[in-house]
Design a protein around this ligand. Structure first.
Ligand SMILES: NC(=O)c1ccc[n+]([C@@H]2O[C@H](COP(=O)([O-])OP(=O)(O)OC[C@H]3O[C@@H](n4cnc5c(N)ncnc54)[C@H](OP(=O)(O)O)[C@@H]3O)[C@@H](O)[C@H]2O)c1
Length: 337
């Protein structure tokens, strides 16, 4: 049986464009292996507004930049846009709002209420809206998925949802922010923190204001997302004890690497009575610790569960395509519901 899905995108930046390319490249495989046909019927971004075309847009033209030419209709807001595009699956790929998760939470809620599945790559709605969106999805017999929000395309949430039934996460620790890890690798190679940040910016890793990464905020948001979903304890980024890499001296970082026990910005959470204790802090890890081998933009997480006492997942050198793959995997998963 073949089913055709109307897909809509909020956000057409690095990740949205990578997802459009990936979908185009996998069209035949999706049809042959999963009976999935798709067309893109809506695209929205801050600048272009709410564009809808229920007949389907020319995705290649969209990727070439003709955002306006591909859609005859422009809606006034998210609800009207979901209706005009006859949306069945929303891919929410807008910018992070770490303080509240909005407006992404409202977009995802509107999609579920409209009757579409809701998939996001954005950590904000996971940290600030997980329970409400999960319950809304369940009530509507639709799915809410967010695999790419932490560690891009690596299966973390789906691992516990499908492959590890009944497992209870007792603790985890990991390296979850690629920019700070990349800057540490630069410092080990003889650069200063500022030079490392400039190099990360030149490669498109760090934003103009790198403090989210360097001061540990991005890591704290990811720790909060993992604890909220996998440990069942709602945790805000503000509740994570947080320290970044700004205070580290380049010479000490270089010597630590030479001695085999490098500095890493380690994210950790463990169960305590009545909740979870969560910390982001730079620390020296031993040479036998798998985290000591996680360099550059790679990331890793180690879980302690009641069934598998130690499980480590390492993701090497992710790109926006890796993130897009996590989103595509969520879509294939929901299409099987
Ligand atoms: N880059 C990665 O590899 C990666 C990895 C994991 C997760 N993520 C997450 O994925 C999301 C997208 O990342 P990105 O790298 O693609 O960012 P990006 O290149 O900055 O693109 C963001 C897109 O969202 C749109 N947007 C922002 N605020 C909006 C709003 N309020 N309403 C509608 N559209 C809005 C922007 O529109 P304009 O262009 O018109 O401003 C732009 O199209 C973020 O939440 C990020 O944290 C990214």
């Amino acid at each position: 049986v073949t089913r055709r899905y109307n897909l809509v995108f909020i956000g057409f930046g690095n990740v949205g464009r990578a997802l459009a390319s990936l979908l185009l490249g996998r069209t035949e495989q999706l049809r042959a292996e999963y009976g999935i046909e798709w067309r893109l019927t809506g695209v929205a971004s801050r600048r272009s507004g709410w564009l809808a075309n229920p007949a389907g847009m020319d995705v290649a033209a969209l990727l070439e930049g003709s955002v306006r030419e591909v859609a005859p209709a422009r809606a006034a807001g998210v609800e009207e846009w979901l209706s005009a595009s006859e949306a069945q699956v929303l891919f929410e790929m807008s910018s992070l709002n770490a303080a509240t998760g909005e407006p992404a939470i409202s977009y995802l809620a509107a999609a579920l209420t409209h009757g579409a599945h809701a998939i996001t790559a954005n950590k904000g709605p996971v940290v600030h809206g997980y329970r409400a969106l999960r319950d809304l999805a369940a009530g509507r017999q639709r799915g809410f998925r967010f695999e790419s929000a932490v560690m891009d395309g690596a299966p973390i949430f789906s691992l516990f949802r499908t492959a590890l039934p009944l497992a209870s996460v007792q603790a985890f620790r990991g390296i979850l922010n690629s920019t700070s890890n990349f800057v540490l690798s630069c410092m080990e190679a003889g650069k200063s923190l500022e030079e490392g940040v400039a190099e990360a910016q030149a490669r498109g890793l760090a934003e103009t204001d790198p403090s989210n990464d360097i001061d540990g905020w991005d890591s704290a948001v990811k720790v909060a997302a993992l604890a909220t979903v996998l440990m069942g304890v709602p945790l805000t980024p503000q509740a994570v004890q947080r320290e970044g890499i700004r205070g580290l001296e380049a010479g000490a970082v270089r010597r630590a690497r030479v001695e085999g026990c490098p500095y890493k910005l380690v994210c950790a959470a463990s169960r305590i009575e009545g909740g979870v204790r969560a910390v982001v802090a730079s620390e020296r890890v031993t040479s036998t610790d798998p985290l000591s081998q996680v360099n550059g933009t790679s990331s890793a997480v180690q879980f302690v569960t009641d069934v598998l006492t130690g499980l480590t997942i390492v993701e090497h050198d992710p790109t926006p395509s890796t993130t897009a793959y996590g989103i595509l995997a969520d879509f294939v998963d929901l299409a099987r519901l």
